[in-house]
Design a protein around this ligand. Structure first.
Ligand SMILES: [Zn+2]
Length: 341
């Protein structure tokens, strides 16, 4: 069994070239006074290059990314790697243990980044995570899934005004890419504010491993590493071009009852197409909903229990404003950061 180093913070410079190291990084002491530690894997290449991070389970019940990381890391050969790959299979340890999205103070850890040194539990945890792990990176791929009661396509959220994150999103080869640039307390926006090029990959559904989605995400992740010239060239990806959406939004119910959502994730809908109905407890339809405009279903609710104001589906609107860079433009122009090792 490989040795696991217990440390207070990562020090990537101190690691020998061409090495794989497993860490447990101190985060906080819990109510029993025991240390909560993050599992972290670091592959340091034989040659200098970018530092790329993979993080999963910032929401504790979003597990596909855990398996993506467990597939990506052993497939990297440190002898041929240029740069460093840092992977955290579970960020939100209390949420993971409880099988739920939130941190153990009920806060959404992905709304309180970058946290504060002194404050609420989740804020302190967020701050230490940023300082001890994220600050060391040039690029970040944060792996999520839909939340409980919902399902997602394989899609990427990224700031598509930014040529680097736009290209990362395209190289991931998801089904759908959605532009999102809000400074909303997410790990992605906190990382971006620190100069770390970050995208969010939404890999299907919560609380399970989905083999196909995991495999696609592993291939997409290697595609990013390859275009950063970190790993040797692999067989080209023959996936369909992603559908690129300049904006997206959730459509909500305004009437409670039992909810049926008709289209599947990844399906295109036309303006006026019926997308959902709400029925009462006797089975009679009380309300129907139509798509307000043409779009593609990025994610949807699958839980029929619907209080007024529940989410129906996440609609992506195709096309980018003309002043946005083309995510699929020639890869030769890919702007690359190299850290001094
Ligand atoms: Zn999430």
């Amino acid at each position: 069994m490989p040795v696991i180093q217990v440390v207070e913070a990562l020090d990537l410079d101190a690691l020998p070239p061409a090495s794989v190291t497993r860490f447990r990084v101190d985060m906080v002491r819990d109510g029993m006074g025991e240390m909560v530690r993050l599992p972290v894997m670091v592959v340091k290449g034989a040659r200098p290059g970018p530092r790329v991070g993979f993080t999963a389970a910032v929401h504790g019940n979003e597990l596909n990314g855990v398996r993506v990381i467990q597939r990506v890391i052993p497939s990297i050969e440190p002898e041929t790697l240029a740069g460093t790959v840092v992977a955290v299979p579970v960020v939100n340890v209390p949420g993971y243990l409880a099988g739920r999205r939130e941190f153990n103070d009920n806060a959404d850890l992905n709304r309180v980044m970058p946290g504060v040194p002194r404050g609420a539990m989740s804020h302190v945890y967020a701050h230490r995570f940023i300082e001890r792990v994220i600050r060391h990176l040039d690029y970040l791929i944060d792996l999520h899934t839909a939340s409980a009661g919902r399902v997602n396509s394989l899609y990427v959220r990224a700031d598509l005004r930014n040529a680097v994150t736009s290209r990362m999103a395209y190289l991931e080869r998801p089904e759908i890419i959605v532009h999102n640039a809000s400074a909303d307390g997410t790990l992605r926006s906190a990382a971006a504010a620190m100069g770390v090029h970050a995208i969010t990959v939404e890999i299907g559904d919560p609380s399970r491993f989905q083999r196909d989605r995991i495999q696609s995400s592993v291939r997409g992740s290697f595609n990013v590493l390859q275009h950063l010239e970190m790993v040797p060239e692999r067989a080209p990806l023959h996936s369909a071009d992603p559908v690129i959406c300049g904006r997206s939004y959730w459509i909500y119910t305004d009437r409670g009852g039992l909810l049926d959502v008709y289209p599947e994730v990844g399906e295109r809908v036309t303006a006026g197409q019926r997308i959902a109905r709400v029925s009462d407890m006797f089975g009679d339809t009380v309300c129907e909903y139509e798509a307000p405009e043409a779009g593609i279903v990025v994610g949807k609710s699958v839980n029929p229990v619907n209080q007024a104001g529940s989410r129906i589906l996440h609609l992506g609107i195709e096309g980018l404003p003309p002043d946005f860079p083309d995510p699929g433009a020639t890869l030769a122009s890919w702007p690359k950061v190299v850290s001094d090792d």
